[in-house]
Structures are given as structure tokens and as C-alpha cells.
Design a protein around this ligand. Structure first.
Ligand code: PLP
Length: 398
């Protein structure tokens, strides 16, 4: 079953302005179904949960519906899913929660490849417990994060390995199941940042053996909210800081204060949208897998063309060499600051990002962070050949 973005582009109001939106790695546009789901929840009337009246029950339905949707998206179960404002908020929450059980001399492993969102919270948690931080390093030439280095990094004191399922700039996809195997052999947990990976591939947290998997809906055509998926028993066993008056039951005990119920309706609509990208049958989980397999195949071909064309331009340097990666190009153009390249592209109706994109350690390791870092162009599921050709035409003329 093949996928082409032109089948769905008309469903995205924001795309109708004619701009090539190649900025989706920082946040995607949303289809009408997501906008309507959010507006529809407000139109219906929502109440806070735990009340004795229908609008309160309606919010509970929305909340559990969104948990089921995220579980279907990543291969988890609804009882193991909770939401918060952002992936960063969730990672701080879980790292602080886990650190309550750490003592001086315990260890955590972070990676140089990760978005700072999956680095700094662990460093701060380690500081609070007197734990040691160890680093997994990138192969700067290829952009790879070799999995076997974790064999040397783990030991009996390792509590957590925090690692990304895909780099938000280089697009590298570390071998998570291998890293998880090494973590578990040492009795450690693995916390996986799935924010950049989830929009591009079918995700199966069981196959990855991820203990925690965090993802942000605004990267996959949903509202600005994030979710964590984990084994419900693991979540129940931990004691996040929370109000005395709030429920001790998981996953609700992780959601501090009142959730944005209307946005949660948007989360379910975004997942339904992803499940319906190509004609498919079976459960929503099966349809998501069919759809995202087709999206990945389309994006691989188009990103391959984008990357090969950029690499062939004499003035352009593309970071990373791997073929099996997300459809993301991170590049510089000789004679231009990354900001100038982004401005030229914007003048030509192409949205891209410039700068470190919070890949704080990656850009420092590459030696570019103090020089404006680089330009990032990434494909979202609504980007087509025309978007890429416009990018290539402007960059080649620089
Ligand atoms: C790979 C990755 N991890 C984490 C984040 C942070 O996500 P949030 O904005 O939901 O905190 C981002 C955001 O760009 C990201 O790309």
C-alpha cells in the first residue's frame, strides 16, 4: 500500500498558504479533524474529572480515549500512558521521581546525540542524588551512536540509560533494542526519547524493550502536549511528588493538576488521522503500522533525493552520513550564516530551522554551536516533491 502526501494535503488549512513547511521537526501543522476535535470538545461542554454529572464523565472519556490512542500509536497499553505539557516536563518529572531512589555513587548514562530535553533533566537528577553521569559518544563523521559502547559504560551502579530513538538534527536512529538489552543486563532502566522518531516510523516499545518512551503530539500533527508510555506496573511502583489530595492511582497520579481535555481530544484525532493515511483494515494499531510503514517508505525515497542533491552541491556540507535515518537534513552553506540561509529560504516561501535546535551537545561536539550551528530541513508527512525541489533550487542558487 503506497502513500503520497497529495492525498492528505487539502486536509491541512495551514498548508493552503503555499509555503513549503519543512520545519516540522520543530512542530507540525494539524489537519482539520484535529482542529474540529478540539473545538468540538469545547462546543460539547467539558467538566473536570471526578464529578457526578455528564460533562465530567465526558472529560474522563476523552482522557482515556487519548491514552488508548497513544498506546495504539506506540504499542503500549492505556493504563501505562500519561500526559503533560511537554516531553521536557515529563522527563524532568520521571528523572526526579527515579532519583528519589538513588544514592551517591549511583550512575546514569546520557548521550551526546540527544536533544537537551533528554540530557539536562538526568544531569540535574544525578546532581541531586550525588550520582555520576556517564556519556555515550557520537561518531562525528557518520552521526552514529554505536550501541556497543554501552557495554563499557554500564556497571552494577547504573540506574538509567537515557537515549533518543532518533536525533532531531542528524536523524540518526540508535539501536535501542540493543542498548536496552545492555541496560537490562546491568539491572538498569532505559528511558527513550521518541519525540523525533514517532512521526516517521511505526513504533513498537515492546520490540524496543523501552521501559519509558516519551513522545510529543505536536510533532505528529497533534496539539502541544506530550505523553509518556511505560509498563503500568512500573509506573504504579514509583512515587512521583504530587498533592496529598490527588489520586494515588497510576497513571493519573503523574498528571499534576487539571489536564487540557480539549487538547486530549485532539490527540485522539491526530492518531486516527495517522491510522487512516492509507487504506487499511484491522485494529487501529494495525492500521497505524500499515500507514506509518507506507509513510516511512515514501519519506525514505524523498529524503534520499533531498540529501543526495544537497551533498552534490559544492558549497553545501551535510552533517552525518547514515542512510537509515529520519528524513532530516542538517547542513551548512559556505559563505552564509545558517540564519542567512534560513532567511533566503523564507523569502522563497520555504520554512526551515536554523541553529542548535536544542541538540546542545551534538552541535558542540561538531564544533558548530558557536557559529550559528546549521540549517535543518525535515520532512513531515504532508511534504511532497515540490517542497523539496523549492528548497534545492534556492540552496543551489546561493
Ligand atoms: C528529539 C526531541 N526530544 C525532545 C524534544 C522536546 O520536546 P518538548 O518540546 O515536547 O519538550 C524535542 C523537541 O524538539 C525533540 O526534537
Amino acid at each position: 500500500m503506497s502513500f503520497h502526501p497529495d492525498q492528505i494535503r487539502s486536509q491541512y488549512p495551514a498548508l493552503q498558504n503555499g509555503v513549503a513547511w519543512l520545519d516540522g521537526a520543530a512542530g507540525t501543522q494539524v489537519p482539520t479533524s484535529v482542529i474540529e476535535a478540539i473545538a468540538g470538545a469545547y462546543r460539547h461542554g467539558i467538566g473536570n474529572t471526578g464529578g457526578a454529572f455528564p460533562a465530567s464523565h465526558y472529560s474522563e472519556q476523552i482522557q482515556w480515549g487519548a491514552r488508548e490512542a497513544v498506546a495504539d500509536l506506540v504499542g503500549g497499553v492505556a493504563e501505562g500512558v500519561f500526559f503533560a505539557q511537554s516531553a521536557t516536563t515529563i522527563t524532568y518529572h520521571i528523572s526526579r521521581t527515579l532519583a528519589q531512589g538513588w544514592v551517591a555513587g549511583d550512575e546514569v548514562i546520557v548521550s551526546r546525540l540527544d536533544h537537551d530535553s533528554n540530557v539536562r533533566p538526568w544531569i540535574h537528577a544525578a546532581e541531586s542524588a550525588g550520582a555520576t553521569v556517564r556519556w555515550a559518544e557520537i561518531d562525528l563523521e557518520t552521526g552514529d551512536l554505536p550501541a556497543d559502547q554501552y557495554k563499557e559504560l554500564v556497571n552494577g551502579r547504573t540506574k538509567v540509560i537515557a537515549v533518543t530513538a532518533a536525533s532531531n538534527v542528524l536523524g540518526t536512529k540508535p539501536d535501542i533494542s540493543r542498548i536496552a538489552e545492555i541496560a537490562h543486563s546491568a539491572g538498569a532502566l532505559i528511558y527513550v526519547d521518541g519525540v523525533h522518531a514517532t512521526p516517521h516510523f511505526p513504533i513498537d516499545i515492546d520490540a524496543m524493550s523501552a521501559d519509558f518512551y516519551v513522545t510529543s503530539a505536536y510533532k505528529w500533527q497533534g496539539p502541544h502536549i506530550a505523553a509518556l508510555a511505560a509498563d503500568p506496573k512500573l509506573l504504579q511502583s514509583l512515587t512521583p511528588r504530587k498533592l496529598a489530595s490527588s489520586t494515588p492511582d497510576s497513571p493519573n497520579k503523574y498528571e499534576l493538576g487539571t489536564p487540557p481535555f480539549a487538547d486530549l481530544a485532539g490527540v485522539s484525532a491526530a492518531v486516527d488521522h495517522m491510522a487512516g493515511l492509507v487504506a487499511g483494515t484491522g485494529t487501529r494499531r494495525e492500521r497505524i503500522t500499515t500507514s506509518m510503514t507506507a509513510v516511512a517508505a515514501y519519506q525514505k525515497a524523498l529524503a534520499g533525493h533531498m540529501l543526495d542533491s544537497l551533498r552534490a552541491m559544492p558549497k553545501v556540507h551535510v552533517f552525518g552520513k547514515l542512510k537509515d535515518k529520519t528524513p532530516t537534513a542538517y547542513f551548512t552553506v559556505a559563505g552564509y550564516e545558517p540564519l542567512q540561509v534560513a532567511q533566503k529560504l523564507s523569502e522563497g516561501g520555504v520554512n526551515v530551522w536554523n541553529g542548535h535546535n536544542y541538540a546542545w551537545e551534538v552541535t558542540a561536539a561538531l564544533g558548530i554551536r558557536d557559529k550559528g550551528s546549521a540549517v535543518r530541513a525535515g520532512l513531515s508527512l504532508y511534504n511532497n516533491e515540490d517542497d523539496v525541489e523549492r528548497l534545492l533550487k534556492i540552496v543551489s542558487a546561493l
